[in-house]
Design a protein around this ligand. Structure first.
Ligand SMILES: Cc1ncc(C[n+]2csc(CCOP(=O)(O)OP(=O)(O)O)c2C)c(N)n1
Ligand SMILES: [Mg+2]
Length: 621
Protein backbone atom coordinates (compact mmCIF):
# COMPACT_ATOMS: atom_id res chain seq x y z
CA UNK A 1 0.00 0.00 0.00
CA UNK A 2 1.05 3.57 -0.47
CA UNK A 3 -0.51 6.98 -0.45
CA UNK A 4 -1.32 8.81 -3.62
CA UNK A 5 -2.88 12.17 -4.39
CA UNK A 6 -6.10 12.07 -6.37
CA UNK A 7 -8.63 14.38 -7.89
CA UNK A 8 -12.12 14.70 -6.46
CA UNK A 9 -13.58 12.81 -9.41
CA UNK A 10 -11.15 9.94 -8.89
CA UNK A 11 -12.02 9.92 -5.25
CA UNK A 12 -15.72 9.62 -5.89
CA UNK A 13 -15.15 6.79 -8.36
CA UNK A 14 -12.98 5.10 -5.83
CA UNK A 15 -15.62 5.33 -3.12
CA UNK A 16 -18.37 4.11 -5.40
CA UNK A 17 -16.33 1.14 -6.48
CA UNK A 18 -15.52 0.17 -2.99
CA UNK A 19 -15.90 -1.12 0.10
CA UNK A 20 -18.98 -2.22 2.00
CA UNK A 21 -18.58 -1.58 5.67
CA UNK A 22 -15.63 0.65 5.21
CA UNK A 23 -17.61 3.15 3.19
CA UNK A 24 -18.51 5.29 6.18
CA UNK A 25 -14.95 5.69 7.24
CA UNK A 26 -13.61 6.29 3.78
CA UNK A 27 -16.38 8.68 2.89
CA UNK A 28 -15.37 10.78 5.82
CA UNK A 29 -11.85 10.80 4.47
CA UNK A 30 -13.14 12.59 1.42
CA UNK A 31 -14.89 15.16 3.52
CA UNK A 32 -11.55 15.91 5.03
CA UNK A 33 -10.53 18.98 3.12
CA UNK A 34 -13.44 20.98 4.41
CA UNK A 35 -11.85 23.62 6.58
CA UNK A 36 -14.27 26.02 8.00
CA UNK A 37 -13.38 29.45 6.72
CA UNK A 38 -11.00 28.30 4.04
CA UNK A 39 -11.74 27.14 0.55
CA UNK A 40 -9.97 24.59 -1.59
CA UNK A 41 -10.37 20.89 -2.15
CA UNK A 42 -7.56 18.56 -1.41
CA UNK A 43 -7.67 14.90 -0.77
CA UNK A 44 -5.53 11.87 -0.50
CA UNK A 45 -6.27 8.21 0.09
CA UNK A 46 -4.51 4.94 0.22
CA UNK A 47 -4.39 3.03 -3.01
CA UNK A 48 -3.96 -0.66 -2.38
CA UNK A 49 -3.16 -1.26 -6.03
CA UNK A 50 0.15 0.58 -5.92
CA UNK A 51 2.73 -1.70 -4.33
CA UNK A 52 4.96 -0.23 -1.66
CA UNK A 53 8.42 0.38 -3.05
CA UNK A 54 11.42 -0.51 -1.00
CA UNK A 55 13.20 2.62 0.13
CA UNK A 56 15.49 3.89 -2.54
CA UNK A 57 18.47 6.11 -1.86
CA UNK A 58 18.85 7.59 1.59
CA UNK A 59 15.28 7.75 2.93
CA UNK A 60 14.87 5.22 5.75
CA UNK A 61 11.37 3.94 6.54
CA UNK A 62 9.45 5.29 9.52
CA UNK A 63 6.18 4.20 11.11
CA UNK A 64 3.19 6.57 10.89
CA UNK A 65 2.89 6.91 14.66
CA UNK A 66 6.61 7.71 15.00
CA UNK A 67 6.24 10.36 12.34
CA UNK A 68 3.21 11.76 14.17
CA UNK A 69 5.07 11.98 17.48
CA UNK A 70 8.10 13.57 15.79
CA UNK A 71 5.81 16.09 14.11
CA UNK A 72 4.23 16.88 17.49
CA UNK A 73 7.68 17.33 19.03
CA UNK A 74 8.50 19.64 16.14
CA UNK A 75 5.50 21.75 17.22
CA UNK A 76 6.93 22.02 20.73
CA UNK A 77 4.33 19.76 22.33
CA UNK A 78 5.35 18.84 25.88
CA UNK A 79 2.29 16.96 27.11
CA UNK A 80 -0.64 15.08 25.65
CA UNK A 81 -3.78 14.60 27.75
CA UNK A 82 -6.14 11.71 27.19
CA UNK A 83 -7.36 8.18 27.53
CA UNK A 84 -5.86 5.88 24.88
CA UNK A 85 -7.67 2.93 23.37
CA UNK A 86 -6.39 -0.06 21.44
CA UNK A 87 -6.47 1.95 18.19
CA UNK A 88 -3.90 4.34 19.70
CA UNK A 89 -1.40 1.73 20.86
CA UNK A 90 1.13 2.48 18.11
CA UNK A 91 0.97 6.13 19.11
CA UNK A 92 1.37 5.24 22.79
CA UNK A 93 4.42 3.14 21.92
CA UNK A 94 5.90 6.00 19.90
CA UNK A 95 5.28 8.39 22.80
CA UNK A 96 7.12 6.02 25.15
CA UNK A 97 10.46 6.94 23.63
CA UNK A 98 9.68 10.59 22.96
CA UNK A 99 10.16 13.62 25.16
CA UNK A 100 6.40 14.20 25.22
CA UNK A 101 4.68 13.24 28.48
CA UNK A 102 1.40 11.33 28.23
CA UNK A 103 -0.95 12.54 30.97
CA UNK A 104 -3.73 10.01 31.43
CA UNK A 105 -6.97 11.56 32.73
CA UNK A 106 -10.02 9.79 34.18
CA UNK A 107 -12.40 11.05 31.54
CA UNK A 108 -11.75 12.32 28.02
CA UNK A 109 -13.81 15.44 28.67
CA UNK A 110 -11.28 16.61 31.25
CA UNK A 111 -8.42 15.91 28.84
CA UNK A 112 -10.04 18.26 26.35
CA UNK A 113 -10.70 20.92 28.99
CA UNK A 114 -7.04 20.72 30.05
CA UNK A 115 -5.72 20.87 26.49
CA UNK A 116 -8.02 23.80 25.67
CA UNK A 117 -6.89 25.66 28.80
CA UNK A 118 -3.27 25.09 27.79
CA UNK A 119 -4.16 26.78 24.51
CA UNK A 120 -5.97 29.59 26.27
CA UNK A 121 -3.04 30.33 28.60
CA UNK A 122 -0.16 29.92 26.15
CA UNK A 123 -1.60 30.70 22.71
CA UNK A 124 -0.19 27.36 21.50
CA UNK A 125 -2.48 24.40 20.87
CA UNK A 126 -2.94 21.94 23.71
CA UNK A 127 -3.12 18.33 22.53
CA UNK A 128 -5.47 15.55 23.59
CA UNK A 129 -5.69 11.94 22.49
CA UNK A 130 -8.50 9.41 22.61
CA UNK A 131 -9.65 6.23 21.05
CA UNK A 132 -12.39 6.05 18.41
CA UNK A 133 -16.19 6.21 18.91
CA UNK A 134 -16.94 6.34 22.66
CA UNK A 135 -13.69 8.04 23.64
CA UNK A 136 -13.78 10.47 20.75
CA UNK A 137 -17.39 11.41 21.49
CA UNK A 138 -16.37 12.28 25.03
CA UNK A 139 -14.25 15.08 23.54
CA UNK A 140 -17.17 16.88 21.98
CA UNK A 141 -18.02 19.14 24.94
CA UNK A 142 -14.35 20.09 25.22
CA UNK A 143 -14.28 20.79 21.49
CA UNK A 144 -17.25 23.13 21.81
CA UNK A 145 -15.63 24.75 24.86
CA UNK A 146 -12.50 25.51 22.82
CA UNK A 147 -14.48 26.48 19.71
CA UNK A 148 -16.72 29.01 21.44
CA UNK A 149 -13.94 30.12 23.76
CA UNK A 150 -11.38 30.57 20.93
CA UNK A 151 -8.80 28.30 22.54
CA UNK A 152 -6.26 26.59 20.26
CA UNK A 153 -6.34 22.81 20.62
CA UNK A 154 -5.49 19.74 18.54
CA UNK A 155 -7.54 16.60 19.23
CA UNK A 156 -6.24 13.29 17.89
CA UNK A 157 -8.64 10.36 17.89
CA UNK A 158 -8.15 6.79 16.77
CA UNK A 159 -10.17 4.82 14.26
CA UNK A 160 -10.37 1.21 13.10
CA UNK A 161 -8.16 0.31 10.19
CA UNK A 162 -9.60 1.80 7.03
CA UNK A 163 -8.25 -0.64 4.46
CA UNK A 164 -9.05 -3.91 6.05
CA UNK A 165 -11.17 -4.57 9.08
CA UNK A 166 -12.48 -7.75 10.69
CA UNK A 167 -14.66 -5.81 13.11
CA UNK A 168 -17.39 -4.62 10.78
CA UNK A 169 -18.90 -1.45 12.22
CA UNK A 170 -18.04 -2.19 15.85
CA UNK A 171 -17.48 1.16 17.69
CA UNK A 172 -17.34 3.09 14.44
CA UNK A 173 -18.80 6.57 14.60
CA UNK A 174 -18.34 9.14 11.85
CA UNK A 175 -16.29 11.48 14.03
CA UNK A 176 -15.36 13.71 11.13
CA UNK A 177 -19.03 14.54 10.72
CA UNK A 178 -19.59 14.76 14.48
CA UNK A 179 -16.70 17.19 14.92
CA UNK A 180 -17.52 19.40 11.94
CA UNK A 181 -19.73 21.93 13.77
CA UNK A 182 -17.45 21.85 16.83
CA UNK A 183 -14.08 22.59 15.23
CA UNK A 184 -12.27 24.87 12.82
CA UNK A 185 -11.10 21.85 10.86
CA UNK A 186 -11.65 18.11 11.07
CA UNK A 187 -9.65 15.69 9.04
CA UNK A 188 -8.92 11.99 8.71
CA UNK A 189 -5.28 11.10 8.14
CA UNK A 190 -5.30 8.53 5.37
CA UNK A 191 -1.61 8.19 4.64
CA UNK A 192 1.43 8.34 6.91
CA UNK A 193 3.28 10.34 4.27
CA UNK A 194 0.86 13.22 4.78
CA UNK A 195 1.40 13.42 8.56
CA UNK A 196 4.10 16.13 8.61
CA UNK A 197 2.06 18.54 6.52
CA UNK A 198 -1.23 17.76 8.22
CA UNK A 199 0.22 18.29 11.68
CA UNK A 200 1.86 21.59 10.66
CA UNK A 201 -1.36 22.71 9.06
CA UNK A 202 -3.43 21.68 12.08
CA UNK A 203 -1.27 23.59 14.56
CA UNK A 204 -1.10 26.63 12.38
CA UNK A 205 -4.81 26.64 11.77
CA UNK A 206 -5.65 26.10 15.44
CA UNK A 207 -3.47 29.08 16.41
CA UNK A 208 -4.47 31.50 13.70
CA UNK A 209 -7.05 34.11 14.61
CA UNK A 210 -9.72 33.31 15.58
CA UNK A 211 -8.04 30.38 17.44
CA UNK A 212 -9.90 27.16 18.10
CA UNK A 213 -9.90 23.38 17.98
CA UNK A 214 -8.77 21.10 15.16
CA UNK A 215 -9.61 17.42 15.04
CA UNK A 216 -7.48 14.74 13.39
CA UNK A 217 -8.51 11.12 13.12
CA UNK A 218 -5.68 8.61 12.83
CA UNK A 219 -6.80 5.10 11.84
CA UNK A 220 -4.77 2.34 13.41
CA UNK A 221 -3.46 0.93 10.13
CA UNK A 222 -2.18 4.37 9.09
CA UNK A 223 -0.52 4.73 12.49
CA UNK A 224 1.18 1.37 12.09
CA UNK A 225 2.15 1.70 8.45
CA UNK A 226 5.69 2.45 7.36
CA UNK A 227 6.54 5.25 4.98
CA UNK A 228 9.79 6.75 3.71
CA UNK A 229 10.97 9.35 6.20
CA UNK A 230 10.22 12.54 4.35
CA UNK A 231 11.16 14.95 7.09
CA UNK A 232 9.11 17.53 8.97
CA UNK A 233 7.70 20.88 7.92
CA UNK A 234 9.55 23.70 9.66
CA UNK A 235 7.59 26.11 11.87
CA UNK A 236 7.52 29.84 11.40
CA UNK A 237 5.87 32.56 13.46
CA UNK A 238 2.38 33.72 12.59
CA UNK A 239 2.40 37.46 11.89
CA UNK A 240 -0.90 39.29 12.06
CA UNK A 241 -1.28 42.40 9.89
CA UNK A 242 -1.82 45.76 11.58
CA UNK A 243 -5.07 47.67 10.90
CA UNK A 244 -5.00 49.88 7.85
CA UNK A 245 -4.58 53.66 7.94
CA UNK A 246 -8.06 54.58 6.75
CA UNK A 247 -9.68 52.51 9.50
CA UNK A 248 -7.37 54.03 12.12
CA UNK A 249 -8.05 57.58 10.88
CA UNK A 250 -11.82 57.02 10.91
CA UNK A 251 -11.73 55.60 14.44
CA UNK A 252 -9.48 58.43 15.63
CA UNK A 253 -11.92 60.98 14.22
CA UNK A 254 -14.82 59.38 16.10
CA UNK A 255 -12.89 59.25 19.39
CA UNK A 256 -11.77 62.88 19.07
CA UNK A 257 -15.40 63.95 18.67
CA UNK A 258 -16.75 61.86 21.56
CA UNK A 259 -18.03 63.68 24.62
CA UNK A 260 -18.37 60.65 26.93
CA UNK A 261 -16.10 57.87 25.63
CA UNK A 262 -15.70 54.48 27.30
CA UNK A 263 -13.45 51.53 26.53
CA UNK A 264 -14.69 47.93 26.80
CA UNK A 265 -12.24 45.02 26.99
CA UNK A 266 -13.65 41.74 25.71
CA UNK A 267 -12.61 38.11 25.46
CA UNK A 268 -10.05 38.48 22.65
CA UNK A 269 -8.26 41.15 24.67
CA UNK A 270 -7.14 38.31 26.94
CA UNK A 271 -5.13 36.46 24.29
CA UNK A 272 -1.71 35.78 25.79
CA UNK A 273 0.07 37.84 23.11
CA UNK A 274 -2.39 40.73 23.19
CA UNK A 275 -1.96 42.12 26.61
CA UNK A 276 1.03 44.42 26.11
CA UNK A 277 -0.49 47.14 23.92
CA UNK A 278 -3.81 47.35 25.72
CA UNK A 279 -2.76 48.82 29.03
CA UNK A 280 -0.71 51.38 27.08
CA UNK A 281 -3.78 52.45 25.11
CA UNK A 282 -5.85 52.96 28.26
CA UNK A 283 -3.03 54.86 29.95
CA UNK A 284 -2.21 57.05 26.96
CA UNK A 285 -5.82 58.01 26.28
CA UNK A 286 -7.02 58.28 29.88
CA UNK A 287 -10.41 56.90 28.83
CA UNK A 288 -12.11 54.85 31.58
CA UNK A 289 -12.80 51.19 30.84
CA UNK A 290 -15.02 48.32 31.81
CA UNK A 291 -14.64 44.65 30.90
CA UNK A 292 -16.73 41.73 29.78
CA UNK A 293 -16.56 38.60 31.93
CA UNK A 294 -13.82 37.08 29.78
CA UNK A 295 -11.99 40.39 29.30
CA UNK A 296 -11.09 40.74 32.96
CA UNK A 297 -7.49 41.26 33.91
CA UNK A 298 -5.87 42.39 30.71
CA UNK A 299 -5.66 45.92 31.99
CA UNK A 300 -5.30 45.83 35.78
CA UNK A 301 -8.57 46.60 37.50
CA UNK A 302 -6.49 48.15 40.27
CA UNK A 303 -6.18 50.95 37.69
CA UNK A 304 -8.05 54.11 38.63
CA UNK A 305 -9.75 54.00 35.23
CA UNK A 306 -11.54 50.66 35.93
CA UNK A 307 -15.31 51.14 36.00
CA UNK A 308 -16.42 47.55 36.60
CA UNK A 309 -17.32 44.33 34.81
CA UNK A 310 -20.55 43.77 32.91
CA UNK A 311 -21.70 40.42 34.33
CA UNK A 312 -25.30 41.18 33.38
CA UNK A 313 -26.42 42.65 30.07
CA UNK A 314 -28.30 45.68 31.40
CA UNK A 315 -29.24 47.70 34.46
CA UNK A 316 -26.35 46.72 36.69
CA UNK A 317 -24.43 49.58 38.32
CA UNK A 318 -21.76 49.52 35.59
CA UNK A 319 -24.52 50.16 33.06
CA UNK A 320 -24.94 53.56 34.69
CA UNK A 321 -21.74 54.48 32.83
CA UNK A 322 -22.43 52.40 29.72
CA UNK A 323 -25.87 53.95 29.26
CA UNK A 324 -24.42 57.45 29.42
CA UNK A 325 -21.51 56.82 27.02
CA UNK A 326 -21.76 58.31 23.53
CA UNK A 327 -18.89 56.19 22.21
CA UNK A 328 -17.70 52.71 23.20
CA UNK A 329 -14.36 51.44 21.93
CA UNK A 330 -14.99 47.69 22.12
CA UNK A 331 -11.58 45.99 22.17
CA UNK A 332 -11.62 42.27 21.44
CA UNK A 333 -15.33 41.78 21.92
CA UNK A 334 -16.49 38.33 20.84
CA UNK A 335 -20.24 37.85 20.66
CA UNK A 336 -19.93 34.32 22.04
CA UNK A 337 -20.08 36.09 25.40
CA UNK A 338 -23.40 36.86 26.96
CA UNK A 339 -23.91 40.51 25.84
CA UNK A 340 -22.15 42.99 28.15
CA UNK A 341 -24.55 45.67 26.90
CA UNK A 342 -27.37 45.76 24.42
CA UNK A 343 -27.08 48.07 21.45
CA UNK A 344 -30.22 49.82 20.26
CA UNK A 345 -31.07 52.48 17.71
CA UNK A 346 -30.40 55.36 20.13
CA UNK A 347 -27.36 53.94 21.90
CA UNK A 348 -23.71 54.96 21.70
CA UNK A 349 -21.52 54.74 18.63
CA UNK A 350 -19.37 51.60 18.80
CA UNK A 351 -15.90 51.05 17.34
CA UNK A 352 -14.98 47.35 17.12
CA UNK A 353 -11.23 46.78 17.56
CA UNK A 354 -10.13 43.18 17.17
CA UNK A 355 -8.19 40.59 15.23
CA UNK A 356 -11.23 39.69 13.18
CA UNK A 357 -14.24 41.66 12.00
CA UNK A 358 -17.30 41.84 14.21
CA UNK A 359 -20.15 39.39 13.97
CA UNK A 360 -23.17 41.55 13.43
CA UNK A 361 -25.93 40.63 15.85
CA UNK A 362 -29.21 42.10 16.92
CA UNK A 363 -27.44 43.38 20.03
CA UNK A 364 -24.04 44.29 18.52
CA UNK A 365 -23.58 46.17 15.23
CA UNK A 366 -20.51 48.41 15.40
CA UNK A 367 -20.36 51.66 13.42
CA UNK A 368 -16.65 51.34 12.62
CA UNK A 369 -14.04 48.61 12.75
CA UNK A 370 -10.30 48.51 13.35
CA UNK A 371 -9.29 45.01 12.35
CA UNK A 372 -5.74 43.77 12.82
CA UNK A 373 -3.18 42.85 15.44
CA UNK A 374 -4.75 44.49 18.46
CA UNK A 375 -1.70 45.69 20.43
CA UNK A 376 0.18 47.41 17.56
CA UNK A 377 -3.06 48.74 16.03
CA UNK A 378 -3.99 50.36 19.33
CA UNK A 379 -0.55 51.93 19.55
CA UNK A 380 -1.12 53.55 16.16
CA UNK A 381 -4.55 54.68 17.28
CA UNK A 382 -3.14 56.15 20.50
CA UNK A 383 -0.50 58.02 18.44
CA UNK A 384 -3.37 59.78 16.66
CA UNK A 385 -5.35 60.86 19.74
CA UNK A 386 -3.01 61.05 22.74
CA UNK A 387 -3.13 64.47 24.42
CA UNK A 388 -6.09 65.58 22.28
CA UNK A 389 -8.97 64.22 24.38
CA UNK A 390 -10.31 66.86 26.76
CA UNK A 391 -13.42 64.71 27.38
CA UNK A 392 -11.55 61.47 28.04
CA UNK A 393 -12.48 61.30 31.73
CA UNK A 394 -16.07 62.55 31.38
CA UNK A 395 -17.57 59.34 32.83
CA UNK A 396 -14.96 58.84 35.53
CA UNK A 397 -16.98 60.61 38.28
CA UNK A 398 -19.40 57.65 38.19
CA UNK A 399 -16.67 55.22 39.18
CA UNK A 400 -16.78 55.43 42.96
CA UNK A 401 -20.53 54.95 43.13
CA UNK A 402 -20.41 51.90 40.85
CA UNK A 403 -17.56 50.20 42.69
CA UNK A 404 -18.94 50.97 46.15
CA UNK A 405 -22.23 49.31 45.29
CA UNK A 406 -20.46 46.25 43.96
CA UNK A 407 -18.40 45.76 47.11
CA UNK A 408 -21.40 46.26 49.43
CA UNK A 409 -21.58 43.62 52.23
CA UNK A 410 -18.23 42.14 51.23
CA UNK A 411 -17.15 41.82 54.83
CA UNK A 412 -20.45 40.73 56.42
CA UNK A 413 -20.03 38.17 59.22
CA UNK A 414 -23.11 35.99 58.75
CA UNK A 415 -22.79 32.24 58.34
CA UNK A 416 -23.13 30.68 55.83
CA UNK A 417 -21.16 33.45 54.12
CA UNK A 418 -22.60 35.54 51.30
CA UNK A 419 -21.18 35.26 47.78
CA UNK A 420 -19.74 38.77 48.19
CA UNK A 421 -17.88 37.69 51.32
CA UNK A 422 -16.49 34.59 49.62
CA UNK A 423 -15.24 36.62 46.65
CA UNK A 424 -13.72 39.13 49.05
CA UNK A 425 -11.97 36.46 51.15
CA UNK A 426 -10.67 34.61 48.10
CA UNK A 427 -9.10 37.85 46.86
CA UNK A 428 -7.30 38.19 50.21
CA UNK A 429 -5.49 34.86 49.85
CA UNK A 430 -4.73 34.99 46.12
CA UNK A 431 -1.69 37.10 45.19
CA UNK A 432 -1.74 39.31 42.10
CA UNK A 433 -0.47 36.57 39.82
CA UNK A 434 -2.51 33.79 41.48
CA UNK A 435 -5.13 32.12 39.29
CA UNK A 436 -8.77 31.46 40.11
CA UNK A 437 -10.54 29.06 37.73
CA UNK A 438 -14.32 28.95 37.94
CA UNK A 439 -16.75 26.21 37.07
CA UNK A 440 -20.26 27.30 36.03
CA UNK A 441 -22.89 28.20 38.57
CA UNK A 442 -24.47 31.14 40.33
CA UNK A 443 -21.20 32.22 41.92
CA UNK A 444 -19.74 32.96 38.46
CA UNK A 445 -21.81 36.13 38.23
CA UNK A 446 -20.57 37.20 41.66
CA UNK A 447 -16.94 36.53 40.82
CA UNK A 448 -17.23 38.28 37.45
CA UNK A 449 -18.84 41.29 39.08
CA UNK A 450 -16.85 41.55 42.32
CA UNK A 451 -13.41 39.94 41.89
CA UNK A 452 -10.81 42.54 40.94
CA UNK A 453 -8.04 41.18 38.70
CA UNK A 454 -4.65 42.75 38.28
CA UNK A 455 -2.95 40.41 35.80
CA UNK A 456 -4.23 38.98 32.52
CA UNK A 457 -5.79 35.52 32.64
CA UNK A 458 -5.89 35.28 36.39
CA UNK A 459 -9.67 34.74 36.54
CA UNK A 460 -10.41 31.87 34.18
CA UNK A 461 -14.11 31.71 33.53
CA UNK A 462 -16.15 30.39 30.65
CA UNK A 463 -18.76 32.85 29.50
CA UNK A 464 -18.93 31.22 26.05
CA UNK A 465 -20.06 27.58 26.23
CA UNK A 466 -20.57 28.12 29.97
CA UNK A 467 -20.35 24.42 30.61
CA UNK A 468 -20.31 22.84 34.04
CA UNK A 469 -17.40 20.49 34.71
CA UNK A 470 -14.51 22.58 33.34
CA UNK A 471 -13.53 24.33 36.56
CA UNK A 472 -11.36 21.58 38.07
CA UNK A 473 -9.57 20.55 34.83
CA UNK A 474 -8.88 24.15 33.84
CA UNK A 475 -7.44 24.85 37.29
CA UNK A 476 -5.33 21.68 37.03
CA UNK A 477 -3.87 22.91 33.76
CA UNK A 478 -3.10 26.30 35.26
CA UNK A 479 -1.39 24.57 38.19
CA UNK A 480 0.66 22.39 35.83
CA UNK A 481 1.81 25.42 33.86
CA UNK A 482 2.45 27.60 36.91
CA UNK A 483 3.56 25.34 39.77
CA UNK A 484 4.83 28.29 41.82
CA UNK A 485 1.68 30.41 41.57
CA UNK A 486 -1.35 29.91 43.82
CA UNK A 487 -4.15 28.25 41.85
CA UNK A 488 -7.69 27.93 43.16
CA UNK A 489 -10.59 26.12 41.49
CA UNK A 490 -13.99 27.46 42.57
CA UNK A 491 -16.81 25.02 41.89
CA UNK A 492 -20.42 24.54 42.85
CA UNK A 493 -21.37 21.22 44.42
CA UNK A 494 -23.08 20.38 41.10
CA UNK A 495 -20.28 21.30 38.70
CA UNK A 496 -17.50 19.81 40.83
CA UNK A 497 -19.12 16.39 40.77
CA UNK A 498 -19.21 16.45 36.97
CA UNK A 499 -15.44 15.91 36.78
CA UNK A 500 -14.47 15.24 40.39
CA UNK A 501 -12.75 12.00 39.36
CA UNK A 502 -9.85 14.19 38.22
CA UNK A 503 -8.88 14.65 41.86
CA UNK A 504 -6.95 11.43 41.30
CA UNK A 505 -5.14 12.95 38.30
CA UNK A 506 -4.35 16.09 40.32
CA UNK A 507 -2.90 14.01 43.16
CA UNK A 508 -0.96 11.79 40.74
CA UNK A 509 0.51 14.88 39.04
CA UNK A 510 1.51 16.23 42.49
CA UNK A 511 -0.14 19.54 41.74
CA UNK A 512 -0.29 22.44 44.15
CA UNK A 513 -3.99 23.09 43.91
CA UNK A 514 -6.82 24.14 46.19
CA UNK A 515 -10.42 23.37 45.20
CA UNK A 516 -13.11 25.45 46.90
CA UNK A 517 -16.56 23.86 46.78
CA UNK A 518 -19.55 26.10 47.43
CA UNK A 519 -22.20 23.87 48.98
CA UNK A 520 -25.86 24.70 48.60
CA UNK A 521 -27.05 21.14 47.92
CA UNK A 522 -28.60 22.28 44.66
CA UNK A 523 -28.21 23.33 41.06
CA UNK A 524 -28.35 26.77 42.60
CA UNK A 525 -28.38 28.97 39.54
CA UNK A 526 -31.29 27.13 37.99
CA UNK A 527 -33.10 27.04 41.32
CA UNK A 528 -32.68 30.81 41.53
CA UNK A 529 -34.05 31.31 38.03
CA UNK A 530 -36.92 29.02 38.92
CA UNK A 531 -37.76 31.29 41.86
CA UNK A 532 -37.37 34.51 39.88
CA UNK A 533 -39.69 33.17 37.21
CA UNK A 534 -42.24 32.31 39.92
CA UNK A 535 -42.02 28.57 39.45
CA UNK A 536 -42.36 26.29 42.46
CA UNK A 537 -39.12 25.31 44.23
CA UNK A 538 -38.98 21.77 42.89
CA UNK A 539 -36.59 19.25 41.40
CA UNK A 540 -33.21 20.97 41.67
CA UNK A 541 -31.76 19.81 44.99
CA UNK A 542 -29.50 16.85 45.69
CA UNK A 543 -27.41 15.26 48.42
CA UNK A 544 -23.65 15.56 48.57
CA UNK A 545 -20.91 13.19 49.61
CA UNK A 546 -18.91 14.11 52.67
CA UNK A 547 -16.40 16.21 50.77
CA UNK A 548 -13.70 15.89 53.42
CA UNK A 549 -13.81 12.09 53.24
CA UNK A 550 -14.14 12.30 49.46
CA UNK A 551 -10.91 14.29 49.24
CA UNK A 552 -9.15 11.91 51.58
CA UNK A 553 -10.21 8.92 49.50
CA UNK A 554 -8.19 10.41 46.64
CA UNK A 555 -5.16 11.08 48.83
CA UNK A 556 -5.92 14.80 48.96
CA UNK A 557 -6.52 16.84 52.12
CA UNK A 558 -10.12 17.82 52.93
CA UNK A 559 -11.31 20.83 54.97
CA UNK A 560 -14.76 21.95 56.08
CA UNK A 561 -15.28 25.64 56.83
CA UNK A 562 -17.60 25.89 59.83
CA UNK A 563 -17.56 29.63 60.47
CA UNK A 564 -17.22 32.63 58.21
CA UNK A 565 -14.03 33.76 59.94
CA UNK A 566 -12.43 30.41 59.20
CA UNK A 567 -12.48 30.74 55.42
CA UNK A 568 -9.34 32.83 55.00
CA UNK A 569 -7.21 30.86 57.51
CA UNK A 570 -8.34 27.56 55.99
CA UNK A 571 -7.43 28.63 52.46
CA UNK A 572 -4.13 30.03 53.74
CA UNK A 573 -3.31 26.78 55.50
CA UNK A 574 -4.14 24.76 52.40
CA UNK A 575 -1.96 26.89 50.13
CA UNK A 576 0.88 26.92 52.62
CA UNK A 577 0.87 23.14 52.97
CA UNK A 578 1.09 22.56 49.20
CA UNK A 579 -0.36 19.56 47.37
CA UNK A 580 -4.04 19.02 46.54
CA UNK A 581 -6.71 20.33 48.93
CA UNK A 582 -10.46 20.40 48.86
CA UNK A 583 -12.19 23.06 50.96
CA UNK A 584 -15.93 22.88 51.35
CA UNK A 585 -17.91 25.94 52.47
CA UNK A 586 -21.68 26.46 52.59
CA UNK A 587 -22.99 29.55 50.78
CA UNK A 588 -25.97 31.81 51.50
CA UNK A 589 -27.60 32.37 48.14
CA UNK A 590 -30.39 34.57 49.46
CA UNK A 591 -28.21 37.42 48.22
CA UNK A 592 -28.99 36.42 44.62
CA UNK A 593 -32.50 37.72 44.90
CA UNK A 594 -31.76 40.57 47.29
CA UNK A 595 -29.08 42.11 45.09
CA UNK A 596 -29.47 40.79 41.55
CA UNK A 597 -33.23 41.17 41.48
CA UNK A 598 -34.64 43.43 44.22
CA UNK A 599 -31.81 45.94 44.49
CA UNK A 600 -31.36 46.38 40.75
CA UNK A 601 -35.10 46.54 40.30
CA UNK A 602 -35.34 49.42 42.75
CA UNK A 603 -32.38 51.17 41.11
CA UNK A 604 -34.17 51.47 37.79
CA UNK A 605 -37.94 50.96 37.85
CA UNK A 606 -37.96 49.48 34.35
CA UNK A 607 -35.51 46.84 35.52
CA UNK A 608 -38.35 44.59 36.58
CA UNK A 609 -39.00 43.47 33.04
CA UNK A 610 -35.34 43.48 32.17
CA UNK A 611 -34.39 41.29 35.08
CA UNK A 612 -37.10 38.90 34.07
CA UNK A 613 -35.45 38.74 30.64
CA UNK A 614 -32.05 38.33 32.23
CA UNK A 615 -33.01 35.25 34.08
CA UNK A 616 -34.84 33.47 31.34
CA UNK A 617 -33.34 29.97 31.20
CA UNK A 618 -30.33 30.03 28.94
CA UNK A 619 -29.28 33.59 29.58
CA UNK A 620 -26.60 32.86 32.16
CA UNK A 621 -25.95 29.22 31.78
C1 LIG B 1 -22.92 20.68 31.44
C2 LIG B 1 -23.98 21.64 31.88
N1 LIG B 1 -25.16 21.15 32.33
C3 LIG B 1 -26.11 22.01 32.75
C4 LIG B 1 -25.91 23.35 32.70
C5 LIG B 1 -27.00 24.29 33.18
N2 LIG B 1 -26.60 24.88 34.47
C6 LIG B 1 -25.99 26.06 34.58
S1 LIG B 1 -25.59 26.48 36.13
C7 LIG B 1 -26.26 25.06 36.72
C8 LIG B 1 -26.25 24.76 38.20
C9 LIG B 1 -24.87 24.67 38.74
O1 LIG B 1 -24.94 24.10 40.03
P1 LIG B 1 -23.71 24.14 40.98
O2 LIG B 1 -22.50 23.68 40.27
O3 LIG B 1 -24.03 23.45 42.23
O4 LIG B 1 -23.51 25.70 41.21
P2 LIG B 1 -24.50 26.68 42.00
O5 LIG B 1 -25.26 27.45 40.97
O6 LIG B 1 -25.37 25.83 42.88
O7 LIG B 1 -23.59 27.55 42.79
C10 LIG B 1 -26.79 24.27 35.70
C11 LIG B 1 -27.48 22.97 35.90
C12 LIG B 1 -24.66 23.81 32.21
N3 LIG B 1 -24.36 25.11 32.11
N4 LIG B 1 -23.71 22.94 31.83
MG1 LIG C 1 -24.83 24.15 44.02
Amino acid sequence: MSAIRCTMAQAVVRIQADLGNRRTVLASAFDVPERHGRSGWRCSFIDETVPRKAPTGGNPMIKGSDLLVRALENEGVERIFGVPGEENLDVVESLRSSRIELVVTRHEQSAAFMAATYGRLTGKPGVCLTTLGPGALNLTTGAAYAHLGAMPMVMITGQKAIMSSRQARFQIVDMIAAMRPLTKMTRQIVSPASIPTIIRDAFRFAMEERPGPVHLELPEDVAGEETPDIGLVPRHPIEIPVANQAALDRAAGMILKAERPLIMLGAAASRPHATAGLAGFVRRTGIPFFTTQMGKGTVPSGSNLYMGTAALSERDYVHGAIDRADLIIAIGHDTVEKPPFIMGPKGPQVIHVSYTPANVEQVYFPHAEVVGDVGPSLELLADRIEGRLPNAAALLPLRDEILNHVTDRATEERFPPTPQRIVHDVRQVIPEDGIVALDNGMYKIWFARNYRTRVANTLLLDNALATMGAGLPSAMMAALLHPKRRVLAVCGDGGFMMNSQEMETAVRLKLNLVVLILEDGAYGMIRWKQAVDNFADWGLTFGNPDFVKYAEAYGARGWRVASTDALIPTLEAAFTAGGVHLVSVPIDYSENTRVLVDELRSRVPAAVSVIATEVRPGNHQ
